[in-house]
Design a protein around this ligand. Sequence first.
Ligand code: SAH
Length: 324
Amino acid sequence: MAAAIAAYYGTRDPFGRAGDFTTAPEISQAFGECLGLWAAVTWELMGRPDPVVLAEFGPGRGTLMADALRAIDQVAAPFRAALRVHLVETSPVLRAAQQARLGDTVSGWHADARALPPGHALILANEFLDALPIRQFVRRGDAWMERFVAAGSFVEAPAEAPPPLPLAAPEGAVQEVSEAAQLLVAGLGARLAAEGGAALLLDYGPAEGGFGDSLQAVRGHASADPLTPGGGADLTAHVDFAAIAVAARAGGAAVHGPLPQGVFLQRLGLMSRAAILARSAPRNAGLVLSGAERLVAPEGMGRLFKALCLCHCGLATPPGFDPA
Ligand code: SAH
């Protein structure tokens, strides 16, 4: 799965109508603007450290960061002066798109989150964790088998060095484990605990884990065969937010959420921002409002997508995560 994802992102810009799928920052500029202002307010809560790393994991086309920086420029000049933009991205094609979009505002690109410069950090990641590889285990009799891919087909074989798995499960149950995401988040939690800061992770998946096969492939905005060769389709799996929260706490961070994305974005004022944008461009008003609506509506991306915040234990609750 890791090889297929690397081949997929390494060779294309998959976003938008002509591509395979679309994401929140590509749907509404208000998404990146709200996240930028979330970072600005959280920076105030951190005591205005200067310098501060503003990092994004898996920035795609750089749209979220561009929208965030524009909003920060307009209303949070001291934060803008203190921040240094760092991007964690493995795809050469998307690095070039980010360079074209963000130019000199980027202080550095990194292939791995562990290579980010030390110090206080604010980290944003939208639809990043779902692109990390998972392992799937299938219950057969009273044992767990692991599902592998061999010669273009799924095969089951006795699990090799399995992570902790539930002791009991119904016949045929599928348990997914994203060791890659858990390792990354444990490292991120340890970094935030040691150096200060906060990370905001937005992605799709249930708040509570459970059995189920969520591996999916998408191509041309339709579902595709996950065994499409050569990274020809985007492969993702639901993010297990409960497991992510456990990993972050094990690393030493405090965790807020997960909250449904719709609740979180509405608390940040996304719909008010969209209304202002619609008034300032009446000809596009319908599109602007329906895009924002899609991000918050439960039947759109508002419920399945979640927002999770990891932060230093001494930090006050960041915006949007206060109990209502
Ligand atoms: N955040 C963007 C893009 C999401 S797609 C948006 O919302 O539009 C996933 C992104 O993560 C892509 O930029 C992809 O190239 C990047 N990516 C995938 N696996 C990665 C890895 N292991 N390390 C760093 N970046 C990765």
